[in-house]
Ligand binder design. Structure first.
Ligand SMILES: NC(=O)c1ccc[n+]([C@@H]2O[C@H](COP(=O)([O-])OP(=O)(O)OC[C@H]3O[C@@H](n4cnc5c(N)ncnc54)[C@H](OP(=O)(O)O)[C@@H]3O)[C@@H](O)[C@H]2O)c1
Length: 337
């Protein structure tokens, strides 16, 4: 019996049974990709779609008529409608597939237990439908590591635990801070005209980072070698920089702006009152620890086209600039109201 979360025993294929370490050319594996309309799953889907001799993509979404789903279909993915809360829809999505890239989501309802259930549902459906390899976007258990609750990472650690128990062949990837956060949640914000703050509470410690796009290439490499990466946890990163070094890279790429790094500590961050501040503080406390040091050398082996932060920022300058401008407008309109 599987002990995790009271789920009962189900039929599954023994790990690694009859699988070769290479996917034969011309016999593409069908990969079910979760989060394909989002950043991470989208990067995985795009990487796999570039190699149709080895992979077919089944992109999972709850909203098949969304613009992102339509774009994926144009790019060659088969769009399947499923919801991680609904096992029947998951089983239908996995019928006849070979492998799955699983990412789960926390921020919509900010509920750790619900995210765990969604992850377990997807794993159960994959096991039931006989998928032979699951690549999961997992995490260390932050609560256990440093004693601080971190819903969005502790949930992924619990799902990892279940994945290990069910006996299916799996590979876990553990990611660092994404470069893309600099045009989303952690975009530099204007503190006065021409001066922008990067307030990451790393307290002088370096931050491991990667572009989510490059994660796509890593996952493709892993999915092509299910036997070789069987039951492994791979800690991925492309660059390791202090917040001051990050600010210097920003200054180099945006010479008309000044970037500063306010000395914010985790204990200051914990006191912020925006939703999720406490767990982001816990995440940064974890990032400060040695446990969050990722393996850049290994990651380069998985994807030889890894971008340094400097290279990424050079390529994505327009997107980042627009996000900074958007943030500035928001700050100014809040001041007016
Ligand atoms: N390491 C980092 O710096 C970092 C940064 C950001 C995020 N993350 C983590 O990476 C993961 C992916 O984040 P993301 O930014 O790529 O996500 P995102 O862009 O916000 O997209 C969310 C995706 O999840 C899908 N989804 C949500 N709930 C679902 C459900 N119940 N059933 C099926 N699909 C569902 C959505 O599909 P539809 O809406 O099309 O159904 C969408 O594709 C998350 O776990 C997040 O915590 C890590």
């Amino acid at each position: 019996m599987f002990s995790c979360y009271g789920r009962s025993e189900q039929k599954y294929r023994p790990m690694g049974c009859g699988m070769s370490s290479e996917v034969p050319e011309g016999e593409p594996r069908t990969v079910v990709v979760f989060g394909a309309t989002g950043l991470l799953g989208g990067a995985v889907a795009r990487a796999l779609l570039e190699d149709p001799l080895h992979f077919r993509v089944r992109a999972v979404t709850r909203r098949p008529s969304s613009e992102r789903a339509r774009k994926l279909a144009e790019e060659g993915a088969v769009i399947v409608t499923a919801n991680q809360n609904d096992i029947a829809s998951l089983e239908k999505a996995m019928e006849g597939a070979d492998a799955m890239f699983l990412t789960t989501h926390y921020w919509e309802d900010k509920n750790k237990e619900k995210e765990i259930v969604r992850g377990l549902n997807a794993i159960d459906a994959a096991v039931h439908k006989g998928l032979t390899h699951i690549v999961f976007n997992g995490s260390e258990n932050v609560k256990r590591a440093i004693g601080k609750d971190c819903g969005h990472l502790d949930s992924k650690a619990a799902i990892e635990g279940y994945l290990r128990e069910v006996g299916v062949n799996f590979t876990i990837i553990r990611l660092p801070f994404w470069y893309e956060n600099f045009y989303t949640v952690f975009r530099p914000h204007q503190v006065k005209y021409g001066v922008y703050a990067i307030p990451l509470p790393m307290e002088g410690k370096p931050l491991d980072m990667i572009s989510v796009d490059d994660v796509g290439g890593c996952v493709m490499h892993i999915l092509a070698r299910p036997k070789f990466y069987s039951r492994q946890e791979l800690n991925l990163a492309a660059d390791r920089l202090s917040v001051d070094q990050i600010a210097r890279v920003f200054s180099k790429n945006f010479f008309n702006k000044k970037f500063i790094t306010p000395n914010i500590r985790v204990k200051d961050y914990e006191k912020f009152d925006f939703p999720g501040a406490q767990e982001l503080a816990a995440m940064f406390a974890f990032y400060q620890s040695d446990l969050a040091i990722r393996d850049i050398k290994l990651t380069k082996k998985l994807n030889s086209n890894l971008k340094t932060f400097d290279k990424w920022l050079d390529l994505e300058a327009e997107k980042v600039e627009n996000a900074i401008k958007e943030g500035t407008k928001e700050i100014e309109s809040t001041k007016k109201t």
